[in-house]
Design a protein around this ligand. Sequence first.
Ligand code: SF4
Length: 331
Amino acid sequence: MLKFKNAFYLPSGRVFLLETGDGFGIECTEMRDVAVDGKLHKDVRTSNDPHVIWNHLVDYKDKWLLTVSTQKGCNHKCQYCDVANLGFHGNLSVTEIQDQIKFLLESTPYMTKTQKAKIGFARMGEPAHNLYNVLASVLSLYDISKSMNRDITWLPCFNSILPRKTYEGLTGYDVIDNVLDVKENWYDGFLHFQISVNSTDENKRKELFGGADVLTIEEIIKYINKQNIKNRTVTLNFIVMKGVPIDVNYLSKIGLNGEKFAVKLIPLNNTVNAGEHSLETYANYNNYEELIVLSEKFKEKGVPVIYDAIAKCEEAGLCCGQLAQIYQKKI
Ligand code: SF4
């Protein structure tokens, strides 16, 4: 049974702090998308005025963005993530994951219908280590929304660093197989599978993942190229950081292609852990043009690119794991 502890507000949504039965603080979020094109994009991107964001929020009926936690803390120590500072205190049960989803629906009663609710099983924790509970929760999304009289088209999002061996004894390839089974056979391809890559230098990747043993990019690309992927392609996520190499030619050489993959370029949030490891973003809303230049290199190879530099959660101290950390220190 989860207990509500607190809610914190960003211009585009809320971060909730809940407590598990054994007293651990976990976070879940509900946000609205901010969408702008053309000239206005720069205004919204660079503004610190919440009114500017409020004027460009996407209607709930078009898109709703949710995240839930999958673990109490995390087994890993990624250098850019503040969940790492919490340590690992166990997997969340299916009920605990589902209860976060129900809580988010209950807390947003005016959201009765949406053509896209993107839900990331990625707030706190590495979902690969709790694979069966996470996928069972993914498979129960429609039962949950129907039982609460909501008309929701779900887009689950599974975001992983793909550890070579999981807490439950699965290989990284088993994780890919299980996620793709749910994606292709249960969601008709409409599951967003995002794999954290961050750099094309494997030694740098290992360092950034706090020493975690993960599948190499070459292993990931070669394996996924052999699978059937329909509708949504698999996304490789790169948090762009100064001095962290991203070699587009190398990725292309080892098989990256637009049939199976897309790439997402993400500015580094200004987290405590990133500061302690002297990590700096390569680009954000201040020098957005750099993201565009990098994205063009992928597009030249026929790989679609998503990039977004509006989110400024770092300025509110609401990045993943930051509230839970404050909470754990207090009890
Ligand atoms: S980025 Fe993910 S895997 Fe790494 S410490 Fe944070 S929650 Fe864990």
